[in-house]
Design a protein around this ligand. Structure first.
Ligand code: HEM
Ligand code: HEM
Length: 188
């Protein structure tokens, strides 16, 4: 039987959730390839794509955060254990925070590298600050946030996906589609 799904996230948030779920792993792989791929000419060619996709992700994430704060989202875990109800919003908030911090720290490294900030056409992203050759601390801090942030985000997202799949498998209630899917959900 197919049933309606009143507990679903609003359409805009579901759309952005799945769009970012596609773009983020692509961006992590692009960043890793750009940093480590040999020969160097290939990795150098990948960096401008990493920069542009990062700026797109930042814009989509700001939009998502704005909508998340405005649109109503009903909770769906009243029967979950207390520790689970506490930990879940923390993991979600950390994911939001990291997806905002990564493009910002990436931008700081980018400006320090003196790299080209052209987005499309002749449109240039402003630097927002003047890098100083003496300030190794700011540059190192941005690097730590970016590199360790990317791997922390990957770990948190893996945890998030595993938890969603496990919950659906255990309850057999179409949880993922019911909360984040499109169309009607098949119910047992
Ligand atoms: C890069 C990949 C992903 C990221 C960054 C991500 C991030 C998030 C975030 C931040 C939320 C909280 C939404 C909010 O409160 O605004 C969320 C909710 C959710 N995500 Fe993901 N997600 C990803 C991939 C996935 C995948 C692959 C699945 C399914 C296997 C999934 C299933 C869900 C579900 C079911 C919810 C609703 C949780 C609830 O009941 O409140 N997500 N996701
Ligand atoms: C959500 C967005 C982003 C994600 C997930 C991401 C992810 C990554 C990853 C996984 C790496 C490789 C880390 C390693 O060496 O192990 C990397 C490196 C790098 N990313 Fe990003 N990145 C993002 C946005 C950006 C943006 C917007 C820029 C530029 C404006 C940027 C500039 C860089 C640079 C310059 C490096 C090389 C850092 C180094 O010197 O080692 N990133 N990124």
């Amino acid at each position: 039987m197919k049933v309606r799904t009143p507990g679903r996230y609003p359409f805009e948030l579901r759309l952005l959730h799945w769009l970012l779920a596609l773009l983020l792993p692509a961006q992590v792989m692009l960043g890793f390839a750009a940093e480590h791929w040999t020969p160097r000419v290939i990795s150098d060619a990948l960096f401008p794509f990493h920069f542009k996709l990062g700026v797109l992700i930042l814009c989509l994430m700001i939009l998502r955060l704005g909508l998340r704060l405005r649109l109503p989202v009903t909770a769906d875990d009243s029967d979950a254990p207390r520790w689970h109800r506490r930990i879940r919003p923390c993991v979600h908030a950390l994911i939001y925070l990291l997806v905002l911090a990564l493009p910002i720290s990436g931008h700081v490294i980018w400006v320090w590298m003196g790299a080209d900030r052209t987005l499309i056409g002749g449109l240039q992203l402003p630097a927002f600050f003047v890098p100083s050759d003496d300030d190794e601390t700011g540059r190192a801090l941005a690097w730590y946030v970016h590199v360790y942030g990317a791997w922390t985000l990957s770990a948190l997202v893996s945890l998030h996906v595993a938890a969603a799949v496990f919950r659906q498998w255990r309850r057999k209630d179409g949880y993922i589609a019911r909360r984040m899917g499109f169309g009607r959900v098949r119910s047992a």
